[in-house]
Design a protein around this ligand. Sequence first.
Ligand code: NAD
Length: 486
Amino acid sequence: MQIVKNFIDGEFVDSVEGKTFDKRSPIDNSVIARVAEAGQADVDRAVRAAKAARNGVWGGLTTDQRVDLLYGVADEITRRFEDFVAAEMADTGQPRHVMTHVFIPRGAANFKVFADIIKNVPTESFQMATPDGRGALNYGLRVPKGVVGVISPWNAPFLLMTWKVAPALACGNTVVVKPSEETPLTAALLGEVMNKVGIPRGVYNVVNGFGPASAGEYLTRNQGVDAITFTGETRTGTTIMQAAAQGMRDVSFELGGKNAGIVFADADFDAAVEGIFRSAFLNSGQVCLGTERVYVERPIFERFVAALKQKAEAVKFGRPDDPEANYGPLISDEHRRKVLSYYAKAVEEGATVVTGGGVPDMPAALAQGNWVQPTIWTGLPETASVVREEVFGPCCHIRPFDSEDEVVNLANDNDYGLSTTIWTTNLTRAHRMAARIEVGITWINSWFLRDLRTAFGGSKQSGIGREGGVHSLEFYTEMRNVCVKL
Ligand code: NAD
């Protein structure tokens, strides 16, 4: 069994109190790692180390020197690609192709992209007139915030964690990361990478543990943390925001979603079925940008439901490295219970179960894993729980619609506003709708296609702020103005 320690001030350490917790495999619930649980003293030490590095060696580097080190991190992740793939497969139980195509390459890309951005981004400058006619020159200076607390979820652990760590470090901050208790492995591996490429001690720290009364809460309450970036549930974000209010610390939040997928009768039918299949079921439905509400124009409704059902029934459950398998389990037994309780509720509230709704038969060796069937419902009112609330599982409700106005109103009738995906060959209509749907990201004839230079974030209860490209700099730096009288 693997031992996972905290990574503080460049060293892998046990927690002062000696507490540990078990990390279980999603595929069979066996214990695969014993993880050091950081207590208050460990978190405080990590924050002090981060502060010392920020005020010391890391703060003294030029942008070019930092950028070179971050390129080194990206290269070392790529060199150790297989180690990262193996760690993330063990943590999440998701198929190898998801790791090799999305989760791990994006981790390396995050470091490259933000290194490039910080090297090339200009600051602003304004000249102004003064009564003596000589004028004044204003120019902006970008400075790092200081120590950034990074709190990340389990659904795409390495991708989402590095999406925050990379811009934070590129901008000259130092970080203390609290990865999800469900997925501690790749954050620890990244510590090895940091040491290997010569990132100074204290720049990247990892404290393991849970949220309330554990490492997460200790980190967000620590007044040495200057800003907090968080990805996770909206409810958790509310608690973290309350903690951040003490000391007036800035927050960046990427939160939950209940995203609509919209398919018009004029869409490329096969592409739309494939696109909605991916958006509803990739990563076993555990994608914040995923589609749990699907609206299909009435003339193709029956045909669309039948085609999606066929694809959902064709998935092959199995181990991540099984070449015959293409479908993984949910992250934990607790999450499976939650998803299955929504499956039961959908039936209670009158759903027609088109497919799924339960647990697949698995061979004995995997029978204890967190498997659930991809599930499609029809026939529910918009007030039903599975139509309003984020399930975060492999499921969607499909409803017919008759007009553009109707479907825009349906899409917007939700507290969340993260993303939407629209399938149509009428691009005039698609552009018009993109401006009307209240989300941070609209995909047209695509889904999860990400250019890392673009703004990423949620509207309404799906987030605060935008990360990605230069937008990340708004959070990870502070702009100062210098005014020079000429
Ligand atoms: P979660 O909110 O339960 O946990 C996220 C992280 O917060 C974990 O590290 C957890 O330990 C920590 N945490 C929990 N309570 C805390 C507290 N009181 N103080 C400090 N830290 C605390 O979320 P999850 O279940 O890990 O992830 C799934 C959620 O994340 C879904 O809602 C999903 O939509 C959302 N998500 C959003 C995005 C996005 O970009 N908008 C991306 C991925 C996931």
